[in-house]
Design a protein. Structure first.
Length: 128
């Protein structure tokens, strides 16, 4: 983990395929996809170039709400997010906040950390 709390997992797939796979894993696990933001697509609409970059915002209110009740400032970082992007070498990465970082940042009680630790499992499943 870098000092900024971001974890990165390499994907053997394109950005679009990685996003599709992650969406499928979310659906299988009953996790709601709240939004899909196509940063590079929006850049293109504005006449600018950007490597493929998409952000998925997802979660489960049954898991997230108790954590936000216990640590209200966590609401700035929830729902969970996964950034799927292509680097300058054409390699695709999925980035997300580590649960330890979120726990330290917001003082999440130890017994509730499991509620926000799901991102790593979902990402790993999507890129296998």
């Amino acid at each position: 983990m870098e000092g900024n709390g971001l974890l990165q997992v390499a994907s053997p797939y394109t950005v679009d395929e990685t996003v599709k796979r992650l969406q499928s894993v979310l659906e299988e696990r009953g996790v709601q996809l709240f939004a899909l933001i196509d940063h590079s697509g929006e850049a293109e609409k504005a006449g600018m170039k950007m490597r493929p970059t998409k952000l998925l915002i997802f979660g489960n209110p049954k898991g997230g709400t108790p954590v936000m009740v216990a640590a209200p400032s966590l609401a700035i970082d929830l729902p969970l997010k996964a950034l799927v992007s292509e680097d300058e070498n054409g390699k695709v990465w999925v980035s997300y906040n580590s649960p330890e970082y979120l726990q330290q940042r917001h003082g999440v009680p130890e017994d509730l950390i499991k509620n926000i630790a799901v991102a790593g499992t979902l990402v790993t499943k999507a890129v296998e």
